[in-house]
Design a protein around this ligand. Structure first.
Ligand code: 0O2
Length: 249
């Protein structure tokens, strides 16, 4: 999960100095003021900084909700349902690539409106049933708005990809404003996560022969079935250990 690229204050001063000099030549004014130009750049970037800060805040809200649920579940059931939580704000480059690919207007408003996964939270559980319990509990909360639900556990992708995806909007409270911000939540088991990270590597692998690519894709599709069966058997073992009913494969 990548973060935002950093650009130091010195870099800004250098850039401002260079651009201001060039502008003074272009406009023929012959004088330039890098400090004023720097202020201008920082002023223009303020909405972009706020844009990324909003998503970082929304991630904190969602993470906290899952951490609270994890504590609550551990009192009611045996052990903590959540193994790990990984979050990221999509980086600039990936957002721009998506904007171009989906032909989205180049404005922050359009990106907020049309890109659902600028903020992403991935929740990894041991058991499938905990995924659904956690998702239901999150969606019951009265400040959460469900925008879209895609169940790739019930309906895996042709590749074999399985996960429960929720696009939700969560309120964040800023200095003088309440704002609803979208977050993509992916809930998976450890087995699903293991599979997805390996398959993700294959998708970005370059210089591979088509034969090898096909062979590995088939192998991964087989592995996805084995991993689904493992999830189901592990859940049944858990049920047997706790004395409740087993579920069918
Ligand atoms: P990354 O690098 O993980 O962020 P949308 O994103 O809403 O425009 P779509 O098709 O509606 O597009 O989204 P989908 O398929 O519900 O979810 C997209 C995300 O799910 C991907 O994000 C992956 O994280 C994950 N995903 C979906 N299908 C697969 C798959 O077959 N294999 C793996 N490994 N992951 C998958 P990104 O942006 O593609 O990538």
């Amino acid at each position: 999960m990548e973060g935002k690229a950093s650009f130091s204050h010195d870099d800004w001063i250098d850039t401002a100095d260079r651009v201001a000099k060039e502008l003074s030549v272009i406009t023929g004014s012959g004088n330039y003021n890098p400090e004023m130009f720097l202020d201008l750049i920082q002023e223009s970037l303020a909405p972009v900084d706020q844009f990324f800060a909003n998503y970082a805040c929304a991630i904190m809200e969602i993470e906290t909700k899952f951490k609270v649920l994890n504590e609550q579940f551990s009192l009611k059931y045996d052990g903590n349902p959540i193994e790990s939580i990984h979050s990221r704000v999509k980086d600039y480059d990936s957002i721009i690539r998506k904007v171009i690919r989906k032909n989205i207007p180049r404005s922050l408003e359009a990106i907020e409106e049309q890109i659902n996964d600028v903020a992403g939270v991935r929740v990894v559980c041991s058991f499938v049933e905990d995924i659904y319990r956690l998702a239901d509990c999150l969606l019951q909360q009265d400040d959460i708005v469900l925008i879209r639900r895609k169940d790739y556990i019930q309906n895996p992708k042709p590749t074999g990809y399985r996960s429960l995806h929720l696009i939700v909007a969560v309120p964040i409270f800023l200095e003088n404003e309440k704002k609803m911000v979208k977050v993509e939540v992916q809930l998976r088991t450890i087995a699903m996560d293991f599979w997805a990270s390996l398959e993700h590597k294959l998708r970005y692998k370059k210089n591979m022969s088509p034969e090898m690519l096909e062979m590995l894709s088939k192998e991964l599709t087989d592995c996805a079935e084995i991993s689904a069966s493992l999830d189901s058997r592990m859940q049944n073992v858990r049920h047997l250990l706790s004395g409740s009913d087993v579920t069918e494969d």
